[in-house]
Design a protein around this ligand. Structure first.
Ligand code: AMP
Length: 281
């Protein structure tokens, strides 16, 4: 039987008494197979798997989709129960951020650029909620998706810096059959936009193909990606195309000599999509 818990106290207590190892899968709900791949890995490695569903207002920038973020709670609980999750933490906002809440976790380093330039404050929200969840549940392993590549770098950094005794396990990006990275936000795309969105992975693959042919010049690799994105008229903004060190999120320089992450952010219609691939991994 899956426990559904909405208070911090009860969740903390459940986790304290849980059989170890304990795995934690933090999510914002609207679950898809990407989330479930994290849960499955948790089931493989842990005696107890906890998931959280919390649409964290602090990681949304004003004007973003906080108010319309999908919340199919019944369906999410059904999926988690079928995946044999042991406990789901579904706190209301006041439970996580009661009146008077004043503490924030701010990561510099890997959080400084890219997503932060487009979404100022986003990673403060992410770092704060992830720190809270890791302290609350005290999992042995916490599961994150490679799809949110900069988020992974930020989470690893804060866990190291704050000596949080959890292992961070990163799972590969789960994709639709046509290559589009699964995302709760894909639901916002109109049929034409959904079709156009396949260009994002195609653009990453174009750079990857050059890399496989031993192209190491970063401007050439990035240009292949940008050109592919530019070929799709429904891409109305390219936030960034960047070849970065996967841990620091600093640009790798002019030559891609070590494994690097090619990360992109675009807007199609009013929907923001991000994706990445590792070159040389
Ligand atoms: P979210 O609900 O979007 O905050 O995502 C919760 C977790 O699932 C994060 O660690 C994401 O990186 C991960 N995730 C989201 N989409 C995917 C995907 N397509 N493949 C693998 N992991 C994913």
């Amino acid at each position: 039987m899956m426990h559904v818990i909405s208070t911090v106290r009860a969740f903390q207590k459940f986790c304290q008494g849980a059989k170890r190892p304990l795995g934690l899968v933090p999510t914002m709900g609207a679950l898809h197979d990407g989330h479930l791949s994290l849960v499955r890995q948790g089931k493989d490695e842990c005696a107890t798997v906890a998931a959280s569903i919390f649409v964290n207002p602090k990681q949304f920038v004003p004007g973003e989709d906080l108010g319309r973020y999908p919340k199919p709670l019944e369906r999410d609980l059904e999926l988690l129960s079928r995946a044999q999750v042991d406990v789901v933490f579904v706190p209301p906002v006041e439970e996580m951020y009661p009146v008077g809440f004043s503490t924030h976790v701010q990561v510099a380093g890997p959080a400084m650029r890219w997503e932060s330039e487009i979404r100022p404050g986003h990673f403060d929200g992410v770092a704060t909620v992830v720190t809270k969840l890791l302290l609350l549940a005290a999992p042995d392993i916490a599961y994150f998706g490679q799809k949110d590549g900069q988020q992974v770098a930020v989470v690893k950094r804060l866990v190291a810096d704050l000596h949080i005794p959890a292992r961070i396990r990163v799972m590969p990006t789960v994709r639709e059959p046509d290559g589009l990275a699964m995302s709760s936000r894909n639901a916002y795309l109109s049929p034409a936009e959904r079709q156009a969105a396949t260009v994002v992975y195609q653009a990453l693959r174009a750079a990857e193909a050059l890399y496989r042919q031993h192209e190491r010049r970063v401007p050439v690799l990035e240009k292949a990606c940008r050109d592919a994105l530019a070929s799709e008229p429904l891409v109305n903004q390219v936030g960034y195309v960047a070849l970065v060190d996967p841990d620091t999120f600093e640009p790798v320089g002019l030559l891609a000599e070590r494994p690097a992450m090619l990360a992109v952010a675009v807007r199609i219609g009013s929907t923001r999509l991000i994706d990445n691939v590792i070159l040389g991994g």
